[in-house]
Every structure is written in C-alpha cells, then in structure tokens.
Write a protein that binds this ligand. Structure first.
Ligand code: FAD
Length: 591
C-alpha cells in the first residue's frame, strides 16, 4: 500500500478550469477510471477519471476551485494494479458508448413560431421541463402527439396502475379483517365501474396539467414532432381522442428553437413470435380491464407484470408467471422479494423462473404457450389472457434526432452528460430515452436540470441514488447499494435489520410480515443503501434516500425522533440496531 496523488491529466491546454462537481470524499474506494471530479471549460464539461485505484485519504479540491493540468485532486492509498471496488451504486445507468455524431441537416425553410425552449414529448419528463423552463421566464412550446399530457406515467403507467392497485389492496385488506372478527360479504365487482374510476383519476391529473400549462403560458402543440435541422422541429399536427391513438390532420407547423429538450420516452417491447390477438395484451391493454380471465400468464417477472398480476388476481384470475432470470423482481435484494413471494404464493399456480417462452399460439379456446427451461411444464399451457411485460424500448430513433446532429445509440438511447446535454450543446435529453432506470421520478429530476441549464444556470444531475418501488402487496422498496450490488462490486458493508414483528404499528395493522434494512459503508459508517418490504414501503423509502443524500450515519438516523406508532419508526429502529441497542428488540449479542 502506498500513497499516490491523483492529478489532472492533459486537458487540451485549458488552464484554471472550473471544478463543477467533486464525486469523491475521504474514505471512498475508487476503481481505475472512476470519475473524481467534473470540469467545465467554455466549450464542454469533462469528467476526470482516477488513474490509480484505492481508498481516498485526502481530497484537495472543492466545487468552485479552479485547476489546471497536473493539479492534485486527491491522495489515494493505492490498492496496486488490481481494480478496486466502486464506492457506490451508479445513480443512473446512462448509456456511455461513444456513438458517432451525425451531420445535422441544413434547414432552409421558415418557422411558424420561435421559442427559447421547445420540449418534444409531454410525459413527466417533458411537462416538468416545459413548466420549469416557463417558471424561469422562458418562452416555451411543448409538443405532444396525443390528446393529453402526462405521457406513459399518467395515462397508461404509474397512475392508472396505482388506481387499480389501490382498489385491489382494499379488497385484500377487507379479507384480512375476517381474522379480527369482522366479516364482509364477497365483493361484487363491477368492472365497468372500476374502469370508470381509473379513467376519472387519469382525467383529473391530465386535466390539471393542461390547466397548469395554460397558467404558465406554455404553448401546447398537438402533433408528432420530427427534427428537420439543428434549430427546427416540424410538427405533423394530430387529432387524438385518447392516449396512444392519433391521426394526422395533414397540417404541418415548423417551430424554431434556441434550446430543445428531447423527452420522447419509451414504448413497450414487442416479442416477435407473439401473434396479434385481443387475449394477448401489453401493460396498456391490461390497464383497460377488458375482461377478468380465469387463467392468466404474465410474461416477464418485473415490477410492471407483478403489479398488474396483483390486480387481476384480486379480481379473480389464477396467475402463472414466466421469467428468464433466476428470480422475480430483479433489482431488489432476495430477502425482500422472498417476503413478497411468500405472501403472494396463493395467487400463483406456477412461478417459472429461469424459463423462456418459446411459442405462443392463439386458438379458439385460449392462448397456448410453450416454455423451455428450469421450470417449464412439458406440455403447452392454455391461458385466457397473456400479459406481455418484457420491458420497454427507448424512442430515440423515432424523432429524427440525427437531423439535428444528435447521436442516438443502436438501441435508441440518447447519450447525455451530467447537465443532460446531448452531443449538440443546445439540445438536451431526459427521461426514459436517456437510460435506465426508466422511472418517472428520474425523468422529472432530469427535466429540472435540463430546464435550468436552458435558462443559463449551471445545473447537474448529481443525485447519488434513485429509489425503486414495486407497489405490490406488500410493497417492496429499495435504494442505493443493495446486498447484491455490494457482493457483485466487492463493497464492504454492514447491515442492520428491524423486523416488523416488533413494530407496534405493523402488529396493530395486522401486517407485521415485513422488515426494514439499512446498509452502511463498513469503512466510513455512512448509509449507502436500504430496503423495506411491507405495507407503505414505497412511502417510506424517501427517508433513506434523504439520509444517503445527506451523508448520514446510523447515529444521525437513530437519534432522529420518529413518531410513534408508525411504520416509519422502523427506519430509526433499524439504525438503533446498527448502533448496538434497540430497546424494542431483545438485547443484541455482544461480539
Ligand atoms: P413518457 O412518459 O414515455 O412520455 C413521452 C411522451 O412523448 C409520450 O406522451 C409520447 O406520446 C410523446 N412523444 C414521443 N415521441 C414524440 C414525437 N415525435 N412527437 C410528439 N410527441 C412524442 N415509473 C415510476 O416511477 N413509478 C411507477 O409506479 C411506474 N409505473 C409504471 C407502470 C406501467 C404500467 C408503465 C408502463 C410504466 C410505469 N412507470 C413507472 C414508468 C414511467 O411511466 C416512465 O418512466 C415515465 O413515464 C417516463 O417519462 P418520460 O417523460 O421519459 O416519457
């Protein structure tokens, strides 16, 4: 082990360059090529990578300092030539491949209107970017091809699925009350009424967005926008009665922009061997609740499939699920997922992990599906409904971004830097189209960064972590470094767990199957991750996110007074476990 200075390499002759982000702190373990700091010159931002791996002993710079080639950034206790583990889970998995930049098209036509900012796509990313830019005093247009704003999230994603899941949770909750001496009759389910409720929820939210756009004087242009040059988008105007259905009117409008924000989102992945049949649906089709099947197959054991499966099962369907990976709900630690699986075993006839769907045939009496792999039944299985939830693909190739000179990867992602800038400095991209995780809260955060940069501020996407939640019953929520990530990346951690079997509130609720887990960096003692399984886990994970962002340790969290009796208390108590004494649990064994 030796101390090594990490210095600024050749940065093209730039001197006294602004440091706009410092990614390391004392105690972090850095690998070769991990980003240490980000610099900003007049022309570009650049990340400075580590040229030695090891543990950071001293950080010599801070945000706002200026630095030149050879300037010392930090001192590291070098771990030799071997690559050291990463300090933390990546916040956003932005695609990094250097995609060649296309030549922008020359647009010689004239524009119908000019804007400071044009946002392409009206999803949570797009409308948040447009509203934030308007709040900065900029003249903004928002182009959306469908009838309502809100994108996938409000129209066919987060919100309608939660409207249905809420009803399913109430039905299930009422059943649990039988054990407490309170019995209800079997619910009478009017599927049209339930669908109507979901539509009302969507209409309330999307209507609210239209009102907020008007209040901010954001021009909504209804149509499909395609770049025709580096400063112009041509919009083929559309008429649209509902989301995901639009017809072009034949009219066109060209808008000129100083800055553009691409927020075109993602679409459902279609599997090539699956025939067209009304009994085979994607998530949008499943949300339409056209029927309650007797036997339903979910292809893909991720969050979207399992959430929709929960709804259909509560309404009366028997479920099978097939997943190529070796477990459901990938991303969450297995101990969290196991609690969900145990509580939900009654919904499933067959959980086929490590198994592939190889053929799907539509016959008169049902959809016949053939599987291959670890848990594949020998014979094709018959289903009344098949939900294909095999992932989502980015829409980067569907807006002629190349005509603006914007590089799009082979898979359709648009690469951006920490300011959400594409390779064309006045064009930004946000949301699902820039990479995983494809989540609304990531899109909104990126939107604010892009809008602030359009307004001339220097803003960066510097979130340490992005939480994930499965809104199943029980809910499963996780953030930052999981035990799986720690194992994969060789991060030394300590963990503390508070079982809800000791939570007064969870017991009073009759739902004490869950637990709360905190994960700390073994060397610094700072919290770097956490997971919760149990009712309302998704509502509680934000506290762990905040603790990570603020660099808290177990004493900070354990000394924070949480209200009693709440499920949120379990976070404080898990921290007390880490501190060695939790008076709501039996005494811990002394080492
Ligand atoms: P999108 O929401 O995809 O919006 C993009 C918009 O751009 C669309 O309205 C589209 O019509 C428009 N557009 C595209 N191209 C053009 C063009 N050329 N011209 C004009 N308009 C165009 N995320 C969560 O965080 N929590 C959840 O609980 C959750 N649940 C989900 C449940 C389901 C069933 C699904 C499918 C998704 C869920 N998601 C959830 C994911 C979430 O919906 C997305 O991450 C989010 O909507 C992405 O926002 P976005 O702004 O990037 O794009």
């Amino acid at each position: 082990m030796s101390l090594v200075e990490l210095k600024v390499p050749d940065i093209g002759g730039h001197e006294n360059v602004d440091i706009i982000a410092v990614e390391i702190k004392v105690g972090d373990t850095v690998a070769l090529d991990d980003t240490l700091i980000t610099l900003e010159t007049d022309k570009a931002t650049m990340d400075v990578p580590a040229d030695a791996a090891g543990v950071i002993k001293e950080v010599k710079v801070k945000v706002g300092d200026k630095i030149s080639e050879g300037g010392v950034i930090a001192v590291v206790e070098a771990a030799g030539a071997a690559e050291a583990p990463k300090a933390a889970a990546p916040a956003a998995e932005a695609p990094k491949a250097a995609t060649p930049a296309p030549q922008a098209a020359q647009f010689a036509g004239s524009a119908d209107a000019e804007y400071d900012v044009v946002v392409l796509g009206g999803g949570p990313g797009g409308y948040s970017a447009a509203f934030a830019a308007a709040d900065e005093g900029l003249k903004v247009a928002l182009i959306e091809q469908y009838s309502t704003l809100g994108g996938v999230c409000l129209n066919v994603g987060c919100i309608p699925s939660k409207a249905l899941l809420h009803n399913a949770a109430v039905i299930d909750e009422v059943k649990h009350l039988a054990a407490n001496g309170i019995k209800f009759n079997e619910p009478e389910i009017d599927i049209n009424g339930l669908r109507g409720y979901k539509e009302k929820v969507i209409a309330k939210l999307t209507g609210g967005l239209a009102g907020m756009a008007k209040a901010r004087k954001v021009d909504i242009i209804r149509g499909n926008g395609q770049f025709v040059g580096a400063n112009h988008i041509e919009v083929a105007l559309t008429e649209s009665a509902q989301y995901e259905q639009a017809t072009q009117t034949g009219e066109k409008k060209t808008v000129a922009f100083k800055n553009a924000i691409i927020a075109v989102g993602s679409r459902v992945v279609k599997l090539p061997f699956i025939p067209e049949d009304p009994r085979i649906v994607d998530s949008t089709g499943a949300l339409e609740l056209r029927q309650v099947p007797e036997r339903m197959l979910i292809i893909g054991g991720g969050i979207i499939g399992l959430e929709m499966g929960t709804v259909y099962s509560t309404l009366g369907a028997r479920l099978d699920v097939v997943e190529m990976m070796d477990g459901l709900m990938q991303g969450a630690d297995r101990d969290l997922e196991k609690v969900w699986e145990k509580m939900n075993a009654h919904r499933f006839d067959n959980i086929m992990t490590g198994t592939k769907t190889v053929a799907v045939e539509a016959k008169e009496d049902g959809i016949y599906v053939t599987f291959e792999g670890e848990k594949a039944p020998k014979e094709p299985q018959r289903y009344d409904l098949v939900l294909v939830a095999a992932g989502r693909a980015p829409n980067g190739k569907l807006c002629s971004a190349e005509k603006a000179g914007v590089a799009v990867t082979e898979r359709g992602f648009i690469e951006v830097d920490k300011q959400q800038r594409t390779n064309v400095p006045h064009i930004y991209a946000i949301g699902d189209v820039v990479g995983q995780p494809m989540l609304a809260h990531k899109a909104v955060h990126e939107a604010h960064v892009a809008a602030e940069n359009c307004a001339g501020h220097k803003a960066y996407f510097d979130a340490r972590v992005i939480p994930g939640v499965a809104y199943t019953d029980p809910e499963v929520a996780w953030v930052g470094v999981t035990e799986e990530i720690a194992k994969r990346d060789g991060i030394k951690i300590t963990k503390s767990v508070f079982p809800w079997a000791a939570s007064g509130r969870a017991i009073a609720n009759g739902r004490d199957e869950g637990f709360t887990k905190l994960i700390f960096d073994a060397e610094t003692g700072l919290i770097i991750g956490g997971g919760i399984v149990g009712t309302h886990a998704g509502d509680m994970i934000g506290e762990i996110c905040l603790a990570i962002e603020m660099g808290c340790d177990a004493v900070d969290i354990g000394s924070t007074i949480h209200p009693h009796p709440t499920l949120g208390e379990s976070i404080g108590m898990a921290a007390e476990v880490a501190n060695g004494t939790c008076t709501d649990l039996p005494p811990q064994k002394k080492a």
